[in-house]
Design a binder for this molecule. Structure first.
Ligand code: GLU
Length: 485
């Protein structure tokens, strides 16, 4: 629980006010938001929701050269797709330049920062000398006491020279930094633009962020940010630095491992619930529970359960979860995403079965919505060619009479439903004294072009009588041709 201790600011008050837990997700739109970024967003979102707090989206786009509109759009669309709704924002750092300038002026005025016009070559020389001694490269504070007034100079922060900065990290535990190891970082470039460590502190302060959950690549920035908070007379937030996500071989994620944009998961037919469940368990555990609904996650999430060591992706587990959520999804929630995927395949939805009927059958036998779409194309579009192996094996002269008899029986049906279809197949098979299975498979190949489809009665029902008869007719014609040649 986070408290603002008013007595720090007003000694006559010893009252503790409970603060609203507020977290933020602060991506830089310099690359497409990927699975690692989304997991950070999810943890921050869950922490806020668990504490009935607030979750803010902040786009850190001050690196104008590398930020792109497309990357911003992926952040917005990705969060919307996954249902990670924010209570405030999106805030764009590029729109807050005035505020950063105000804070820089305040820091200059109070003497916490100074202008530095050391030549690039000098800074470079110090750096190289330190590196050749095997030391960390640090600026030597040359301009600290020089009272440089040149407004084209960079502005550096006066980092405390002595003492330690101790971070009580919610994941990493106590992390101690010697202040003497940190140099006077640049908070504003020569053109006046603020740097990351300044903007992040100003924003976290102004947005009253109580808990920062972010990647552990930012751990080294944290003592610097705490110094800036102190200089501004503000309380730093709590920090939780989460380890990165690795590939199954324990190496850094690359595009090959699916570190592509988060929307690729949508296009591959994964469900938001499956992706969130997968991500929450990637580096966080709660006993040995694997399946978490959104409500379960919110109820159980705590930074204490975040693992200290890096987690590896596990594509099979994501598929397993997706199958689980697909099977248990309400049909109507799948209609829109399936329609989108079918349309991506060039399907005209008016040419086939009702989507809800289709989903009801297919969701039990496919792993992703994309599989479902691909395995449903034949319901809409006539196929050009038969699967060669299936046609050779099943569309043979021996079955011709049976298929012709079946065609007649199916034609007679007044009511095109599973029971009637099934009965027609069974009765035809019985009359000809063959097993139902021996008739069903040639029928399947004739109407779908392949030997794999839902149960034969579901397949025919979803195809509809007209399409079934038309395709059966074509299959029979093919066998007749074989007989005559
Ligand atoms: N913008 C930073 C990034 O995308 C995150 C900053 C932060 O969370 O403090 O890596």
């Amino acid at each position: 629980m986070n408290y603002l201790v008013l007595s720090d600011h007003y000694p006559f008050l010893s009252l503790k006010l409970k603060m609203t837990i507020t977290t933020r997700f602060a991506p830089s739109p310099t690359g497409l938001l990927h699975i690692g970024g989304i997991r950070t967003a999810l943890f921050s979102w869950l922490f806020a929701r668990h504490h009935n707090g607030k979750f803010i989206l902040r786009i850190e786009d001050t690196d104008r050269a590398r930020s792109t509109d497309a990357a911003v759009q992926v952040i917005l669309d990705g969060m919307a797709w996954l249902g990670l709704e924010y209570d405030a924002g999106p805030f764009y750092q590029t729109e807050r330049a005035e505020r950063y300038n105000e804070v820089i002026a305040q820091l200059l005025e109070a003497g916490h920062v100074y202008r530095c016009n050391c030549a690039k070559e000098r800074v470079e020389q110090i750096r190289n000398a330190a590196l050749s001694r095997g030391d960390k490269p640090r600026y030597d504070g040359h301009c600290r006491s020089l009272k440089v007034t040149d407004t084209n100079a960079v502005i550096r922060f006066k980092t405390p020279v002595h003492g330690q900065t101790i971070i009580d990290d919610q994941v990493q535990g106590k992390v101690i930094f010697e202040n003497s190891e940190l140099d006077d970082l640049i908070i504003a470039r020569a053109d006046g633009s603020p740097t990351y460590n300044l903007t992040v502190v100003v924003d976290d302060m102004d947005m009253a962020i109580t808990d920062v959950i972010r990647g552990d690549d930012h751990l080294n920035n944290t003592p610097r940010q705490i110094h800036i908070f102190n200089a501004l007379g503000a309380n730093p937030p709590n920090y939780a630095h989460i380890p990165m996500i690795l590939n199954p071989e324990g190496k850094k994620l690359s595009k090959r491992d699916g570190a592509s944009g988060v929307l690729a998961y949508r296009d591959q037919g994964y469900l938001p619930a499956a992706v969130l469940n997968y991500l929450v368990r990637l580096g966080w555990s709660y006993g040995d529970q694997e399946i978490f609904s959104i409500a379960d996650m919110i109820a159980a999430f705590d930074t204490k359960g975040i693992n200290k060591s890096a987690a590896s992706i596990n594509p099979e587990k994501l598929l397993w979860l997706n199958r689980h959520y697909l099977k248990n999804a309400e049909n109507k929630t799948l209609a829109k995403p399936l329609a989108d995927l079918l349309q991506n395949l060039g399907i005209n939805l008016n040419n086939g079965p009702d989507l809800i009927d289709l989903i009801d059958v297919q969701k039990h036998r496919t792993e992703t919505l994309r599989d479902m779409a691909e395995q449903s194309v034949f319901f809409y579009n006539d196929f050009e060619t038969y699967d060669e192996h299936a046609a050779k094996k099943h569309l043979r002269p021996v079955i011709l009479t049976a298929l012709q008899a079946l065609q007649g029986a199916l034609q007679q049906l007044q009511d095109w439903n599973n029971n009637n279809i099934k009965r027609a197949i069974e009765e035809t098979a019985a009359q000809l004294e063959i097993k139902t299975g021996r008739l069903a498979q040639p029928l399947r190949v004739a109407v779908t072009g392949t030997s794999v489809s839902p149960s034969i009665d579901d397949t025919l029902r979803l195809l509809g009588q007209e399409k079934t008869l038309r395709r059966l007719h074509k299959g029979i014609a093919l066998i007749e041709l074989r007989c005559s040649s």
